[in-house]
Structures are given as C-alpha cells and as structure tokens.
Design a binder for this molecule. Structure first.
Ligand code: OGA
Ligand code: MN
Length: 303
C-alpha cells in the first residue's frame, strides 16, 4: 500500500503533525486505516489548514465509528449546529453572542480545563475526538494532551502492583460538582449511569497498557471516598507531568484528533470575553467481541 500520510512527531511519545491526506473529502478505506495506525502510535494527530464545514467534519468522524453525543444527553435548550453530534466547544451562545460569565457554556469551558477523557463516564465511552478550530483567541486557549501509555510505563513497580486490579467509577457531573456547579435536577443527575473502568487497561489496538484516570472519576471501588479520590488525583498528577504532555497552540483551520482511551486532555486559560470557537465530533469506542472479552476479564480480575 502506498503510504500517503506523512507524520512529523511533536514530542518523544505523543502527537504528530499529519500531512498528505485531504480530510475534507471522502476517505478511502486505506486512508482511514493509515490514520488509525498513526493514532495507535501517536495518540494525537494534528491536521493543519483544513477548515472543515459541519458536513465534512461529521463525514470525516463517521469513518472511525458511530458518533457520541456526550453531555448533550442531559442538556436542554437549543444549539446552533445542524447536528446533535457536533459539540459546540466555544464561549458563544446559541444565538451567536459571547456568553455571560454565569452561562452554562462558560461553565463547560471551565470544566474542560480539568484533565479528562471525553465521555469516560459512559458505557459506551468515547474513542476518538476530532476538534476543529474556527475562531481562536489572541492569548491562551491552548489544549494540552497527556500520554496515558507513557505515564503507565513510568510508574514505579510497587505502584503498578497496587493499582493493577482497581476500578475507577466515572460520573458525568463529578467534574462539575468539583467546580461548585451543582444546579442539576434528579433527571439530569441520573441521565447517564456511572461507568466502571479498570485503572489499568490494555489498549486492544496498540497492545499498550494505559493508566485510565481523569477528573470524571468520583470513586475507586473498594476504597473510601477520600482515599479513592486522593489516589485518582495523585495518578492524574503523575500522568500529566511535562514529559508526557503535548501542548497544542491553535490556528484557525487546525483539526486535532485524539484517542480518549490513551490520553487525557484539558483546555488552558483564555479570556472568556474573547471569542473562541471550536467544534468537536467524537466517536464511540467500537470494541470487537474478542477485545470486549479481554476488557471484561480485566474488570472481573479487578472485582
Ligand atoms: C473538548 C475539550 C478543551 C479545549 O473539546 O473535549 O475538552 O481546549 N476541549 O477547548
Ligand atoms: Mn474534552
């Protein structure tokens, strides 16, 4: 097969600039496979100068699996996109104005500044997120990505042994509660049942072990809440050390694709009075039955 995708690594382990494939047009299967293999290796790919419209972004994303709607499941009200599957990652209201500071969109921006993996609070969880930049602020507003594979590899052996059989409980509103954003009713709180995931898991595609943590974890099974939450915070701190992180500085027309089961990410501060508009499409993780069996086994081992 002729390789079309040219990859320039961005750090020692995570992230690569990807050239050579026009992602705004329909992809052939071999191009999709090339992108997937590059994702297995780098976990984050940066496509530059490819400003996709809504249809193009949805078409691109659908190559990699069914699309996720994430927290939109518990949101009410309108949005400005033609697709429920496009998340409005901006500080702009449905009417197109920069939102007031108390607006839920700003709260979402703040919550995105906590290290997380998209939709880890769901069964089925997210695999790839594809974020396209349309308006970027003058200062700040970078996005950082941390490599959960390198983070696992670099854990001391005693730590690996201690956490090997633990399960994290991920809950959709936990990171909001951490920020004091608690104004949700029962229907919203229970709309998405918490999801259980092993802290340590083997990526079925790359075969690498990952430290699957993040601020959606509200509890570690078998531990008291304080001990479990402290452990989760400690592991997040470990996983997000500089040597595991790629920091992306946005340009209009960038599309960054990341693997949510192999990385954590967070937005960085920017002035919410300035416009910042990005659009995200996200795939659900598609697990082949043999791989599902392995994940199930990892969960059972952890009981
Ligand atoms: C996201 C996200 C961070 C950012 O789109 O899922 O967390 O920098 N974005 O906007
Ligand atoms: Mn996110």
């Amino acid at each position: 097969m002729n390789s079309k995708l040219e990859l320039t690594p961005l750090t020692a382990s995570i992230g690569a600039l990807a050239h050579g494939i026009d992602i705004s047009s329909e992809l052939r299967l071999d191009e999709v496979k090339e992108i997937e293999s590059a994702m297995d290796r780098f976990a984050v790919l940066v496509f530059r100068d490819q400003l996709l419209d809504q249809d193009q972004q949805i078409r691109f994303a659908k190559n990699f699996g069914p699309l996720d709607t994430g927290l939109r499941k518990l949101r009410r009200g309108t949005h400005r996109f033609a697709y429920n599957e496009l998340a409005d990652i901006s500080n702009v209201t449905a009417e197109g104005q920069v939102a007031e500071r108390s607006h839920s969109r700003i709260v979402s921006n703040v919550a995105n500044q906590l290290w997380h993996s998209d939709s880890s609070f769901q069964q089925v969880r997210a695999k790839y997120s594809m974020l396209s930049a349309h308006v970027v602020p003058q200062f700040g507003g970078d996005t950082e990505f941390a490599d959960l594979r390198a983070a696992y590899d670099e854990l001391p052996d005693w730590r690996k042994t201690k956490i090997d059989n633990l399960v994290g409980v991920h809950s959709s509103l936990h990171s909001r509660f951490l920020l004091g954003d608690t104004g949700y009713d029962e229907a919203q709180k229970t709309a998405i049942a918490p999801a259980r995931w092993p802290l340590v898991q083997t990526d079925p595609r790359s075969g690498r072990r990952c430290l699957y943590v993040g601020h959606h974890i509200c509890e570690i099974e078998g531990m008291t809440l304080p001990e479990g939450r402290m452990l989760a915070m400690d592991l997040i701190e470990h996983a997000t050390q500089r040597q595991f992180v790629y920091q992306h500085k946005w340009r209009v027309g960038d599309l960054v694709m990341w693997d949510n089961t192999a990385t954590l990410h967070r937005g960085k501060w920017y002035d919410f009075a300035e416009r910042r508009e990005l659009r995200r499409a996200t795939t659900e993780e598609v697990v082949r039955s043999s791989e599902a069996a392995r994940l199930q086994q990892e969960l059972e081992l952890a009981q």
